[in-house]
Design a binder for this molecule. Structure first.
Ligand code: G3P
Ligand code: CA
Length: 259
């Protein structure tokens, strides 16, 4: 494997562990991120939101109900309240005691590990100013100038544009959902807009065919579809030329490293 943090120029396959290695450990916890490192993924992906008292925290849903033993919305709870929750038991008793991590804890723990971090700004319209806050934290941790160490993505493209304007030297990704684009497909107009502020186009895999891959590449961007959970899906995407994919099971990417 070539050195990490060289995504832009690196032509080999990019294997991204979705919410950490979430097939094997509870999503968006240190256990899942450690597992992604252990499995030698190139990146792990995580979702960032904000607590009531202004801390950046790592959790997928806007409520804590599904992945913890608590109830309520992330934005209505303080960091102390969020930290009291068990974020592992829902997955397996083996993981009881896992906590919701802060983004700062994650950046600190993995800044010198051999893995890159794909940061999703989740529902940023609920968290005004979160783009600037993430940018400030990346700068504080000296992780912004290390090209490819972090990539920032969102389904909210205004948010990505704002982040890009704040910190244009950090790579960004436009997430593309099936429900929003299934009727039109991803058109050249869409791609031309994404190319103004994004380095990656990361669509639902159902939207991805060879033609889309080519049109993304023609515009100098890379494409990392989500979410791969079978070797059939992995193989189809690899053979139409994607740059990598986002998967719950990082071993699904192994066979493409050498090709
Ligand atoms: O990185 C792709 C993926 O994380 C987007 O979907 O719902 O799992 O955040 P979701
Ligand atoms: Ca995500």
């Amino acid at each position: 494997k070539t050195a990490f943090a060289e995504v832009k120029t690196d032509s080999r396959f990019i294997n991204v562990a979705h919410r950490g290695a979430s097939g094997y450990a509870p999503e968006n916890t240190i256990a899942a991120f450690d597992k992604a490192v252990e499995m030698k993924a190139d990146f792990f992906e995580l979702d960032v939101q904000r607590s009531k008292d202004g801390h950046l925290v790592v959790l997928h849903d806007t409520s804590v109900d599904r992945t913890t033993d608590g109830t309520g919305y992330v934005r209505d709870m303080t960091l102390a309240e969020l930290k009291r929750l068990d974020a592992g038991s829902w997955f397996s008793s083996k993981y009881s005691g896992e906590k919701i991590p802060t983004l700062e804890e994650v950046l600190e723990r993995y800044r010198n590990k051999r893995i890159n971090i794909l940061i999703e700004l989740k529902k940023p319209s609920l968290y005004p100013g979160i783009e600037q806050q993430v940018a400030n934290l990346l700068r504080e941790k000296h992780m912004d100038r290390w090209r490819g160490k972090v990539v920032v993505q969102s389904f909210n493209h205004d948010s990505i544009r704002r982040f890009h304007q704040t910190m244009p030297w950090v790579m960004t990704g436009a997430l593309v959902s099936y429900t929003s684009y299934k009727d039109t497909g991803v058109t050249n107009e869409h791609l031309n807009t994404f190319a103004r502020y994004a380095d990656f186009v990361n669509p639902n895999k159902k939207l991805v065919d060879r033609d889309l891959v080519n049109r993304v590449h023609q515009r100098g961007m890379k494409i990392l579809p989500y979410t791969v959970r079978s070797s059939e899906a992995a193989d189809r995407l690899f053979h139409i030329g994607v740059d990598g994919f986002v998967t719950d099971y990082p071993e699904l990417g192994y066979i493409y490293y050498a090709q």
